[in-house]
Design a protein around this ligand. Sequence first.
Ligand code: ZN
Length: 110
Amino acid sequence: MFYISCLSGLKKMELRVHSLTESWAIQIVSLSKNCPSLTELRIHGWIPEEAIRVFQKSQIRPDCALTIEGYRCKGGKQCSHMNDCRETVKIHLNAGGFSMEILRPPLFGN
Ligand SMILES: [Zn+2]
């Protein structure tokens, strides 16, 4: 497993990942815990259900706000991603806990 290290004094971090795997999600949550100077963490990428589950059951430092923006598949486990199964979501994990908003559908494919 890879490891994201915390640099002393790091306040803000933005990451773009192709797909937010479960191990990415675990690393991101532990980074927010292990890095006391970090106040803002933003992630962009494809968000699979297993990553959402990790964030749902995680807690982070109350003074650190985590925002994840990206697409998720609303087609379920058997989805072949051939149809328009994507929806744009924004996940917040902060002092108020976990919340997820569904944004407007993507205008362009990629
Ligand atoms: Zn799909």
